[in-house]
Design a binder for this molecule. Structure first.
Ligand SMILES: *[C@@H]1O[C@H](CO)[C@@H](O)[C@H](O)[C@H]1NC(C)=O
Ligand SMILES: *[C@@H]1O[C@H](CO)[C@@H](O)[C@H](O)[C@H]1NC(C)=O
Ligand SMILES: *[C@@H]1O[C@H](CO)[C@@H](O)[C@H](O)[C@H]1NC(C)=O
Ligand SMILES: *[C@@H]1O[C@H](CO)[C@@H](O)[C@H](O)[C@H]1NC(C)=O
Ligand SMILES: *[C@@H]1O[C@H](CO)[C@@H](O)[C@H](O)[C@H]1NC(C)=O
Ligand SMILES: *[C@@H]1O[C@H](CO)[C@@H](O)[C@H](O)[C@H]1NC(C)=O
Ligand SMILES: *[C@@H]1O[C@H](CO)[C@@H](O)[C@H](O)[C@H]1NC(C)=O
Ligand SMILES: *[C@@H]1O[C@H](CO)[C@@H](O)[C@H](O)[C@H]1NC(C)=O
Ligand SMILES: *[C@@H]1O[C@H](CO)[C@@H](O)[C@H](O)[C@H]1NC(C)=O
Ligand SMILES: CC(=O)N[C@H]1CO[C@H](CO)[C@@H](O)[C@@H]1O
Length: 832
């Protein structure tokens, strides 16, 4: 026993320090010569915290993943030229090593263009501001910078022995990203650039294969791969390359002002099963954990702070059930078929009406898929002399070609309903502490005799692209000028400003004339505000705000932001407009807010805060409060109800932009979601007419254990903080609806147990989680059996069968009985 264990651990250690060979052929990625079925999932390291990584990666492993995939975020790592940051949640080496510690492989998508709904697609804005620069094409200045960064990343990985060829976890790397989608815009230069990218990648000799996604002309030996909702019809550009799916979108991202998109577990499973039915052997979930766009990292414009993506792990790292569990079962099954899928012969049969059967045969073993791509009708398929019912838009998997073990439309995994629970319900013994707010005005820029007081970043007799002036060091840029009005002037009653977005505030002589923001996807707009000018010198200041720089499309990097003009004063004379154009005035530019410059968001910044006369519905107010960290280990969120738009910091950490007052359109949501038929991001949406995002993630590692935590808000549009509160994200109830012949697994999250079974019925129960109903033919024993197996436990499993739970008293066709259960999870009470 002891010897065996010792031998085993010796072998494991040995494996870890030994290089392994990663290659590929037409069927699969091979590892040490063996063809593999590989499940991969995207987890972007800056979208969580280093403290969250082990648990996220562990849950990915438990969910049946082999590989964790991440992009590398250039603008996060090199905020200023040659000043690098790999600290905290930017510690890429530590992230890859965490993957290695869990025994998983890694896929490194270096880009350095990443798209990813990440600010400016991952490019630093200073790069744009360099002379003779054009991104992602045959441009010397660009290629030099790209090579410098790519080389830095490759060297960092190599130095830590992180490539598989060195015994590390990285089995695949990617250069560029979805360039094929836009390449035609760049003509011959684009083609030359792709060749150059390929040569650069190969020159690193990292000993693992490179891929290019959405790049049908990827030069050999680089593998071109597919991204999309479905990739079953994709084929690589050479017979010697395997069919790989680098982005299977598990859901979709959110926009401010948009509803919440959902992609059902059934449809994701369907897409995966079909991909494997048609010869796929590597696929990556985009995202497996979406996480949070902390700080100003969200792209856009208008991508929200939450990047939940309806992924198998939710924004906070909880299992998104049943998606997580339904896919886990699929992974386990397909893995068990690895030899047949990667070595076997394939025979597809088409029955018409979008019904298909696929038989894989290998060395006396066979595995089968029955597919029904018809989006409206269930089908009965006569296959090898047996009848199989295949529901519409589903795939059945028969690992031995006889028994259906999995159907993508039949969910046997549990459903978990999550709630945001506020502080009081959980800690009855504690007096409810109300938050005491302090506040400060964001001071207005001031002018005297036509001169701006204090330092200005720049002066120019023209309107400049906002990011050229700010290098994107802040969302905000002041454009300040003065206008002299004489006795002879008409009465200028309006100002008209054209901007390329995204938000514009207009001030005249220090008083706000109004604000506007881009809506309905139109970020450029012209804003008119009523004004009153005085005789003599008037100060006109425009504050422009960005809400994430664009991240996608050909030439996205030179789309300008900020005030672009014309800027005009307008008077009405005899019902005719008279205009004074001030576009070419001398403009003073001031980057950022005063509060940002003096770091009002830092807890130690205690001076000058007011405690009385809390202003509400006033633009440009900083609010600050102390709060107690919610007990326990459940993820923490802050409810920013009552606020409108701004940014929030906890203990000096920027938890992201908030825009609580931006409501989703009233239309488009449906009460139920039909998973059948091709998915798109406007299908199965929720929260119409409600805030796109009301709750903001506060990672536990940002919090102190005492009651001295600081929350700072910068409110731009004017709101009130009275309703702000902290809550934890908890599992409210768990449900399952599992078919006979399966093992039902129920589990609460760590440190919780099943405290109550609210409903249990074995037979033909009806309804959904929260509204299950019994039917006449149910077994009388289900509740007591489940109570015995599950109460007081963190998890339990039950064989769903007549033998275990029956008899039901009704005769049903084989495997048509179901077990429905609703249970409550509760935290294990801890005495301090
Ligand atoms: C790519 O750039 C180089 C250097 O500027 C130039 O010599 C070459 O002609 C360019 N290629 C194309 C296809 O324009
Ligand atoms: C493929 O399957 C069909 C239908 O089952 C069968 O008629 C055909 O002979 C098979 N083809 C091969 C090459 O085995
Ligand atoms: C789906 O099945 C129905 C019934 O068999 C059939 O009428 C319909 O044409 C099918 N749809 C497609 C797209 O094949
Ligand atoms: C596949 O295997 C099944 C049984 O294992 C056998 O009946 C069938 O003929 C085989 N088909 C091919 C194409 O080898
Ligand atoms: C706790 O809850 C009470 C009552 O809802 C609320 O007044 C208080 O502000 C909350 N405290 C925190 C820290 O959220
Ligand atoms: C922006 O970058 C340029 C060039 O690196 C630099 O000269 C300028 O000072 C920067 N401006 C700000 C506001 O950081
Ligand atoms: C961006 O630059 C490209 C190439 O220089 C040009 O064709 C394109 O029109 C520019 N787009 C914008 C919005 O300026
Ligand atoms: C406006 O109309 C009045 C009467 O028709 C005329 O006297 C005056 O000159 C006009 N003013 C301007 C600025 O055109
Ligand atoms: C402002 O200056 C630009 C560039 O010199 C010129 O093209 C434009 O016509 C000017 N606009 C006005 C209103 O004078
Ligand atoms: C950007 C992109 O590749 N989009 C594709 C996503 O997948 C759907 C369905 O396969 C395609 O229609 C899109 O073009």
């Amino acid at each position: 026993m002891t010897w065996a264990l010792l031998l085993l651990s010796f072998t494991l250690v040995n494996l870890a320090i030994n290089a392994f060979e990663v290659s590929y052929d037409s069927r699969a990625i091979t590892i040490d010569g063996k063809r593999k079925v590989l499940f991969s999932g995207s987890i972007h390291y800056p979208r969580s915290t280093a403290e969250m990584w082990p648990s996220l990666i562990n849950k990915a492993k438990e969910g049946g993943l082999d590989v964790i995939e991440t992009y590398v975020f250039w603008n996060a790592h090199e905020p200023q030229p040659r000043q690098y940051d790999f600290s905290g949640n930017l510690d890429l080496v530590k992230f890859i090593k965490t993957i290695q510690k869990e025994g998983l492989y890694a896929m490194l998508r270096i880009g350095p263009y990443v798209c990813a709904e990440w600010n400016y697609g991952g490019f630093p804005v200073w790069l744009h501001n360099m002379p003779n620069m054009e991104f992602r094409t045959n441009n010397t200045a660009y290629m030099n910078e790209m090579q410098t960064f790519t080389t830095l990343i490759v060297d960092k990985m190599r130095h830590e022995n992180l490539f598989a060829s060195q015994g590390g976890p990285i089995i695949l790397a990617q250069i560029e990203n979805e360039y094929g989608n836009i390449m035609s815009e760049y003509g011959e230069n684009g083609k030359q650039y792709v060749q150059w990218c390929a040569q650069l990648a190969e020159s690193y000799k990292i000993g693992v294969p490179w891929v290019m996604c959405q790049q049908s002309d990827a030069p050999d030996p680089i593998i071109n791969t597919c991204n999309g909702w479905y990739c079953d019809q994709f084929s690589p550009n050479s017979k010697s390359k395997p069919k790989m799916w680098t982005e299977n979108w598990t859901g979709w991202f959110k926009n401010w002002g948009g509803p919440i998109p959902h992609r059902t577990a059934r449809d994701v499973a369907y897409a995966v099963a079909r991909f494997f039915q048609y010869g796929g052997t590597f696929q990556n979930y985009y995202m497996y954990h979406g996480g949070t766009n902390f700080g100003r990292t969200s792209g856009g414009p208008y991508i929200t702070t939450s990047y939940d993506y309806d992924a198998p792990l939710d924004e906070y790292g909880n299992k998104n059930q049943p998606k997580w569990g339904h896919l886990k079962q699929l992974h386990e099954l397909l893995k068990s078929m690895e030899d047949v899928l990667t070595q076997g012969t394939t025979n597809h049969t088409d029955y018409g009406n979008l019904l298909t059967a696929t038989v894989y045969n290998y060395s006396g073993k066979s595995a089968c898929f029955l597919g029904n791509a018809n989006s409206s009708n269930d089908a009965t398929i006569m296959f090898q002399s047996t009848q199989y019912i295949v529901p519409a838009w589903s795939v059945s998997i028969l690992p031995n070609c006889v028994n259906e073990v999995y159907n993508t439309a039949k969910i046997n995994a549990q459903t978990s309903i999550m709630v945001m629970k506020d502080n009081k319900s959980d800690n009855e013994e504690e007096p409810h502490s109300t938050l005491n707010w302090q506040w400060m005005h964001e001071p207005h820029v001031q002018m005297k005799d036509g001169q701006v007081l204090g330092s200005v970043s720049r002066k120019a007799a023209q309107l400049l692209d906002q990011k050229v002036v700010t290098n994107d060091t802040s969302d905000y840029l002041w454009y300040i000028t003065s206008v002299d009005i004489s006795e002879n002037d008409p009465i200028w009653s309006k100002i008209r400003v054209s901007t390329n977005g995204h938000v514009l505030h207009v001030f005249v002589n220090g008083a706000q004339a109004g604000y506007q923001y881009g809506q309905n996807g139109k970020y450029s707009f012209t804003y008119e505000a009523k004004i009153k000018l005085k005789k003599g010198t008037n100060e006109i200041s425009l504050l422009s705000g960005t809400v994430g720089l664009p991240n996608y499309g050909a030439h996205f990097s030179n789309v300008s932001v900020g005030v672009c003009g014309p800027v005009q004063l307008v008077a009405l004379q005899n019902n005719t407009e008279v205009v004074k154009d001030i576009t070419n005035n001398t403009w003073n530019y001031k980057v950022g807010l005063h509060g940002e410059i003096v770091k009002l968001y830092c807890p130690e910044n205690n001076k000058g805060w007011n405690t009385n006369g809390l202003p509400t519905n006033r633009v440009f107010v900083w609010y600050k409060t102390l709060f107690k960290s919610p007990k326990g280990t459940d993820p923490v969120v802050v409810d920013l109800k009552g606020l409108k738009k701004g940014q929030a910091w906890v203990n000096g950490n920027n938890i992201g932009r908030y825009w609580t007052r931006y409501l989703a359109d009233d239309n488009g949501c449906t009460a139920t979601c039909n998973y059948r038929g091709p998915y798109s991001s406007d299908k199965c949406i929720t929260k119409c007419g409600r805030p796109t995002q009301r709750w903001y993630h506060v990672p536990r590692s940002f919090l102190r254990q005492d009651n001295q935590n600081t929350l700072v808000l910068f409110e731009e549009f004017g709101g009130h903080p009275n309703e702000v509160k902290f809550a934890t994200v908890m599992v409210e109830k768990i449900c399952a609806n599992s078919y006979e012949g399966n093992v039902l697994e129920l589990s609460c999250r760590e440190e919780q147990v099943i405290s109550k079974i609210k409903f249990a019925s074995f037979g033909v129960p009806e309804g959904e989680c929260g509204s299950f109903k019994k039917s006449q033919c149910e077994s009388p024993n289900a509740l007591s059996i489940l109570s015995k197996s599950c109460l007081g436990k963190q998890s339990c499993s039950v064989q769903v069968s007549q033998r275990m739970l029956g008899p039901t008293g009704c005769r049903m066709p084989q495997n048509q009985n179901k077990l429905a259960i609703e249970a409550v999870c509760e935290s294990i009470a801890k005495k301090y």
